[in-house]
Every structure is written in structure tokens, then in C-alpha cells.
Design a protein around this ligand. Structure first.
Ligand code: MN
Ligand code: MN
Length: 322
């Protein structure tokens, strides 16, 4: 008998059956007794271009049925060490974005009070700001690893302060971030002015544009990230549009020239050893993801976040054989 919740295995129930929870884990109504809670935030009323991320949590859960419990690359066996469940979705107000961000903060106050680390399935990127507000109340300002094609630091969009292009400006205003420990990785595309990325640099954040990542391993970058962040609490937010659309076309705000899936693995695996206090995977838009591959990659990246959390030993590394 296992000590902790286990994902339902493919030899116990066919992969296309069973509960539609993340990795077919048990579900429960709140985060009581959990080390880690998977939560969905089914929203897309913060998006600026193509919508559809309201369906992201369901599709990520569905595609997560392929995931097995043991990480062949890192040796992580998270379900041997952490109590994990899928606690369902945040009951957002789909007619009111401003009410929605307050609902999210209240909801995460509850999860954090119960001592669980939240791993969130989005939903559009607006949701990270209200989560960071709750995180700040519990942990104080945090370091941030933000992987995205976009900086998401607009002051306003269409005159509005709450939108998926504004969360890190709002988080900065609210004192949620340790400015010299913020890393934005994968930024690219067309802009309005150089200021679009330089605002962050002026605040002391490290901006790693996508072109600096081309043709390279990101292991050395993450070595630096870990050195700079040290023991500080850190939040990891992964916008699926950081990936090149050749890998992850199923999203609303597509920019070519992005990261590869193996670079995404290097980033998240490279965050192991940090004091991770939460993470999210946002902007999967199932209507633009007919193959399901974008959601499947999203599910895998959430699993990698789970494997990178404190309390999960990582006994093995793949030895380079050439
Ligand atoms: Mn984003
Ligand atoms: Mn983006």
C-alpha cells in the first residue's frame, strides 16, 4: 500500500478511461493534508487576441493521462515523497475579470493557509498576478522565473489595468517581486518600442530574449539563475507561448522563433534545488490545438514542475555518453 496518493496507472485502467483529473490523481474539495495541489483556473477573459484558454485546464487534465509517475531523466519519483491531489477549478466569474482576480487571490489564500504548494493549470496569464498577491501574504516578495514570448508588463491594455499582458507590472506595483531575482526567458517578436522589454531591465530584472537561447543548451543559464536566487522563495510561471509554434501552436498569441521542448525541460529541471513555492502553466488554448499536442506538452511541463519541488530527491542524472 502506497503511503501517498498515486496517479491511476495504465495497467489498472486504460489510459483513455478513469477520472479526468491531472494524471488521474484522486480529487478532494480543498488542499487539506496536501503537500501539492493541482488547480485549474478556467478563464480567458484576460486574453487580447485568440481566446479559448478557458478550456485549458480540462484539456491539460485529459492529455495528462499519458504521464507515468517516474521521471526517467532526473530520477524524480514525486509520488513517493509528496501528497498530491487535483482539487478542481477556481469558481471564477466569467462575466467579470476584476471580480475574478479577487476570487483567485481569496482562493489561493485558502490553499496556502492549508500548507499546500499550488501548481496551476490556466487559463490566461492574467491569473498569475492574483496568485502572486496571495503568495506575497504568505512568503513575502518572491523571486520569479517567467518563461514567455511576451514580457506581460504593460501598464494598461485598451485602457485596462487587468489583462493577460499586465500581470507582472501589477505584481511589481504590489511589491510581490524581489527585483534582482526576476528572470524573464524567451521574450521575442514585434513590439511597439524597445521600452517593451527595457522597462523590466530598468527595474533590475534579467531579460533573456529568445534569440540568446537559439541553438544552445539552457543548463548554464539555469546554473546562473540558481546562483542568483539562492534560498529565496521562488515562483515559476510558464506561458506555453514561450515555445516555438512548431511545438505548441495551440495558444492565442503566437510568436515564431521560440524555445524548444528540450529547452523547456532544461529550464524547469534546472529549477530543482530552489525553494519553489508555486508554479503555473498558462495560455493553452484547446480550440487552436486540434492534435492535443500543446496541452500534452503543458501537462508534461506541470509534471516537471512537480518533480522539481523541494522534498523530491533527484538521485540520478542522465550521464552524457558522448
Ligand atoms: Mn504571458
Ligand atoms: Mn505570452
Amino acid at each position: 500500500m502506497a503511503k501517498f496518493n498515486q496517479p491511476l496507472g495504465g495497467n489498472e485502467m486504460p489510459r483513455f478511461g478513469g477520472p479526468a483529473t491531472f494524471m488521474r490523481l484522486p480529487t478532494q474539495p480543498d488542499a487539506g493534508g496536501l503537500d501539492v495541489a493541482f488547480i485549474g483556473i478556467p478563464m480567458d477573459h484576460g486574453t487580447s487576441n485568440r481566446s479559448g484558454t478557458r478550456l485549458g485546464p480540462r484539456q491539460i487534465r485529459d492529455e495528462s493521462r499519458m504521464l507515468r509517475p517516474y521521471n526517467m531523466a532526473t530520477g524524480a519519483a514525486p509520488f513517493d515523497h509528496l501528497q498530491v491531489a487535483d482539487i478542481g477549478d477556481v469558481p471564477i466569474n466569467t462575466f467579470d475579470l476584476k471580480k475574478t482576480v479577487d476570487i483567485i487571490t481569496d482562493y489561493y489564500d485558502g490553499i496556502l493557509a492549508q500548507g499546500a504548494i499550488p501548481l496551476t493549470m490556466g487559463g490566461d496569464h492574467t491569473l498569475t498576478w492574483p496568485i502572486l498577491r496571495a503568495i506575497r501574504k504568505k512568503h513575502g516578495p518572491v523571486a520569479l522565473i517567467h518563461i514567455d514570448a511576451h514580457a506581460d508588463i504593460n501598464d494598461t491594455m485598451f485602457g485596462e489595468k487587468v489583462a493577460h499582458g499586465c500581470p507582472f507590472r501589477r505584481a511589481w506595483e504590489d511589491g510581490c517581486l524581489i527585483n534582482d531575482k526576476v528572470f524573464q526567458i524567451g521574450l521575442r517578436g514585434t513590439g511597439y518600442a524597445a521600452e517593451d522589454f527595457n522597462w523590466a531591465r530598468d527595474k533590475g530584472w534579467t531579460v533573456v530574449q529568445a534569440e540568446a537561447c537559439w541553438h544552445r543548451s539552457l543548463v548554464p543559464l539555469l546554473d546562473k539563475v540558481r546562483r542568483v536566487i539562492g534560498d529565496a522563495p521562488v515562483y515559476l510561471t510558464y506561458d506555453i507561448d514561450s515555445l516555438d509554434p512548431a511545438f505548441a501552436p495551440g495558444t492565442g498569441t503566437v510568436e515564431p522563433g521560440g524555445l524548444s521542448t528540450w529547452q523547456a525541460f532544461e529550464i524547469i529541471r534546472g529549477a530543482a534545488g530552489l525553494n519553489l513555492v508555486g508554479g503555473d502553466l498558462v495560455e493553452v488554448s484547446p480550440p487552436y490545438d486540434p492534435s492535443g499536442n500543446t496541452a500534452l506538452i503543458g501537462a508534461n511541463l506541470l509534471y516537471e514542475m512537480l518533480c522539481a519541488l523541494p522534498g523530491v530527491p533527484r538521485p540520478d542524472r542522465v550521464d552524457p555518453v558522448f
